[in-house]
Ligand binder design. Structure first.
Ligand code: 3PG
Ligand code: MG
Length: 398
């Protein structure tokens, strides 16, 4: 990977309109943000630019509206959160490009902040369309990518825009790229990874690659249900992804060929629904009305042993439905164990993924991890040495 273009610290930014591509794709429930990690992370960056008297134009997506306006995915509810964290007014533009957005970007005063509506309300964002990117570029004078977590997407506000405006890699993005690079290049063996969460199809694909680099892969969370089902157990009403049989077989085979131990839960916490209490069950006792919502004690013990034997751990994806305290024990215990081992310097720990970060924060062990990335897909793809399109366009001599 080539060196990335960074903004000259001494550049006079007074009155310059900076398009700051951030990732405000935060977890929400009933219109409320449930984890502010991604927002908190960019606050110092925004402050720095307002302090330097620039005009900050925030561009982000939220969710996957599929190129259509979807009020439930409006970025508007994020504005008051930014206001309170920045102690500064946030102007909002429901147009994310075009004359109205340009006018607003010019109208705000130096040191002020404008938040543009969800960029994915425009179909041309995800198709990386040239004309759209050109128009979007007119909203600013300088473009900065501070959204490492979106840099695996060849989307207009990440890629094509850089061809039409003076563009740079932001400080956080550089820090993130450097940290993951150092950690992966110097990874001490045995390396294990714990993969969980519910974005099954996106992660199963990446597992195929991880198999070659890891000594052990532990599968937890909803995606483990696929493996449990594949082993012939009843998973009741649990979440799982259909038609993944061939992929599963392939992963299992690749693990064997690459001498990578594949570990799946051997006991789980089930409930009849989200309201009822959890019950510990071994896999052969799960019945048709059960929902798997966390890992069980024996599985936790097994994971503890793996963490004890590892020198480097990658963790992506919670072990259960951690949003509800009663199903967060597995995730918390993993966080605690990794944090302790990292603190006593016997482990290098890298965690990433929006949900993982939310889970670690909730468990209050976040300070002890070696590095925590707020990126999900981008984090894993980068770990695999894939070239992220949004990073590639920021390389010097591209
Ligand atoms: C993420 O949350 O992983 C990033 O914001 C990218 O979102 P996406 O997976 O919907 O492209
Ligand atoms: Mg994603």
């Amino acid at each position: 990977m080539g060196k990335l273009k960074a903004l000259d610290e001494n550049l006079n930014l007074t009155n310059k309109r900076i398009i700051l591509r951030v990732d405000l794709n935060v977890p929400m429930k009933e219109g409320k943000v449930t984890d502010k990690s991604r927002i908190n992370k960019i606050i110092p960056i925004i402050k720095e630019f307002t302090y330097k008297k620039a005009k900050v134009i925030l561009v982000s997506h939220l969710g996957r509206p599929g190129g259509k306006i979807d009020e439930k995915l409006s970025l508007k509810p994020i504005a008051p959160i930014l206001e309170s964290l920045l102690n500064s007014k946030i102007y909002f533009s429901k147009d994310s490009y075009g004359p109205a957005a340009i006018e607003k970007s010019n109208k705000i005063k130096s040191g002020e902040i404008l938040l543009l509506e969800n960029i994915r309300f425009n179909v041309a964002e995800e198709t990386n369309e040239e004309n759209f990117a050109k128009e979007l570029a007119k909203v600013g004078d300088i473009y900065i990518n501070e959204a490492f977590s979106c840099s695996h997407r060849a989307h207009a506000s990440v890629c094509e825009i850089t061809k039409h405006i003076d563009s740079y890699a932001g400080k956080l993005l550089l820090e993130e790229v450097n940290s993951i690079n150092i950690l992966t290049n110097a990874a001490e063996k045995p390396v294990s990874c714990i993969i969980g969460g519910s974005k099954i199809s996106t992660k199963i694909g990446i597992l195929t690659n991880l198999v070659k680099k890891m000594q052990t892969i532990v599968i937890v969370g909803a995606m483990a249900n696929n493996f449990i089902k594949h082993k012939g157990y009843n998973i009741g009403k649990s979440l799982y992804e259909k038609n993944q049989e061939n992929l599963l077989k392939d992963i299992i085979k690749k693990c064997e060929t690459n001498n990578c131990k594949l570990v799946i839960p051997e006991d789980v916490i089930v409930a009849k629904n989200y309201e009822s209490e959890g019950e510990l069950k071994f896999l052969n006792n799960i019945d048709d009305t059960d929902l798997i919502l966390d890992i069980g004690e024996s599985t936790v013990k097994k994971i503890y042993n793996i963490i004890d034997e590892s020198k480097t751990i990658l963790w992506n994806g919670p072990a259960g439905y951690f949003e509800l305290d009663k199903f967060s024990a597995g995730t918390n215990k993993i966080a605690k164990k990794i944090a302790e081992k990292t603190k006593n310097k016997s482990l290098t720990s890298i965690a990433g993924g929006g949900d993982t970060v939310a889970a670690i924060n909730k468990s209050s062990y976040s300070d002890n991890f070696t590095y925590i990335s707020t990126a999900g897909g981008a984090f894993l793809e980068f770990l695999e040495g894939k070239i992220l399109p949004g990073i590639k366009v920021l390389e010097i001599n591209e």
